[in-house]
Design a protein around this ligand. Sequence first.
Ligand SMILES: Cc1cc2nc3c(=O)[nH]c(=O)nc-3n(C[C@H](O)[C@H](O)[C@H](O)COP(=O)(O)OP(=O)(O)OC[C@H]3O[C@@H](n4cnc5c(N)ncnc54)[C@H](O)[C@@H]3O)c2cc1C
Length: 391
Amino acid sequence: MQRDHQIVIVGGGMVGAALAARLGHAGVNVGLVERGDAPVKPEGDFDLRISSLNARSLAFIKAGGTSIPPERSHVFRRIEGFSQNGRGHSVFTAEESGLENFGCFVENKALRYALWQRLERLPGVTRYTRCAPLSTVAGSEARLLELDNGKTLSAALVVAADGAHSRLREMAGIDVSRYDYRQRALITNVETELASEETSWQCFTPTGPMALLPLPGHCASLIWYDRDGTTRAREMLSDDALARAIEAAFPKRLGNILRVTGRASFPIKRQHAKRYIGKRLALIGDAAHVVHPLAGQGLNIGLHDADTLAEQILARRDAGNAGTLRRFEVKRRLANQAMLAATDGFHHLFTGPRPLQKLGDCGLEMAERLPAARYFMSRQANGLSPFTPRR
Ligand SMILES: Cc1cc2nc3c(=O)[nH]c(=O)nc-3n(C[C@H](O)[C@H](O)[C@H](O)COP(=O)(O)OP(=O)(O)OC[C@H]3O[C@@H](n4cnc5c(N)ncnc54)[C@H](O)[C@@H]3O)c2cc1C
C-alpha cells in the first residue's frame, strides 16, 4: 500500500521532535505536523522554562544525532534535599550512584531548536508547520490525517505528541483521569552571590517544595510551589521584594539573591490517559501523562516513551501493527504509573498532615544514612537499572 509516510508525528515539541530525529536518523520516512512555527535560536538571558534531562534521555537525544548546546545547559552532579524545618536532610552524589553526572539542566527553547536543526538535515523527515489535524480515520493498513491546510496524510502509524491538551487523543476518544493539586508553581531566574556550581537544591516546606536549579555562573532557576493565591501574590511582587521573599524562605546556601529576571506561574495538575494506543495510533509525552514537576521527570518520561516506541518501530516491519503497539503500551504505562504514584507520594508526604510530614523528614534522614537507598533512588530517577552493581 502506498502511504505518504511510514510515521506521522503530530506535535513538534521536545518529545515529538526527539522521536522524529531518532527515527529520521535511522532512515525512517517521517512527517512531523506542528501547529506553530519552527523554533528560533534563543539568545541573551536564559528563558524561564528549564528542564532536567537524565542519563537515558540524553542517550536517546544523542542517538538521534542531536547535541545539547553546552552554552544553554548546565551539568549537575549533586542533589541536596532538606526540609525547611531543618529536621530532614539528604545529599545524593552522581559518583556514589556510579554515574559521571546526574544529567543536565537545559533551556527548553534551546533543546527544541537543536532538535529542529537536526531535523532540517534529515532527508527522510518532512516538517509541516502552521497546521493541525481536523479529523482522522484508521483503516487496516494506514491511518489518515486530514489537516486544516487542505492536505491529507497517510501513515502506518500516527503518533500523538501534541501535549497535555492533545486534540488527537480527543479525536481518538481516549479519556484521561485528572487530579488538581491546588498548587501553582512560580518560576523565575535568579542571580546569586555564590555560584550554584553543580548542585540542584530541593527544599521541602509544608505548603510545597522550592527548587534552585543550577545554571552557568552565578545563575539559577527557581521553582517555588505553593497555594494558588500565595503564588499569584508573589508573582505580583516587585523584583526586590521577590528577592527578599526568596532569601527569607530558602536557606541561604548561595548567599543573597542579587537579581531576579522574569517570572511566570503554572497550575499543577496530574493527568493520565486511560489508554496509550488506538488503531494505528500511539500517545507519547504530555499527551499521555502529566506528572507533578517536583521531581523534574515529565519531559524525561516523555522521552523514555519516545525511546521505547522507536525501539519497537525499528525492530518490526509494520510500525502500526497492534502487537507492536501493545508492547509499547505495556512497557510505558507501568513505568509512568509508578512515576505518577511516586511524585504524588512525595507531594503528600511533605504537604500533608503533620504525621505525614514527619515521615517525609524521616525518609530524607534514612536516605542520608543508607547509601544503598540513595543508590536505588538516583538510578531509578535516571531511567537506569537500580540493580546494576556499583563500579
Ligand atoms: C513548572 C514546570 C517545570 C518542569 N520541569 C521539568 C523538568 O525539570 N524535567 C522534566 O523532565 N520535565 C519538566 N516539566 C515537564 C515538561 O515541561 C513537559 O513534560 C514537556 O515539556 C512535555 O513535552 P511534550 O513535547 O510532550 O509536550 P509540549 O511541550 O506541550 O509540546 C506539544 C507540541 O505540540 C504542538 N501542538 C499542540 N497541539 C497541536 C495540534 N493540534 N496540532 C499540531 N501541533 C500541536 C505544540 O505547539 C507543541 O509544539 C516541567 C513542567 C512544568 C509545568
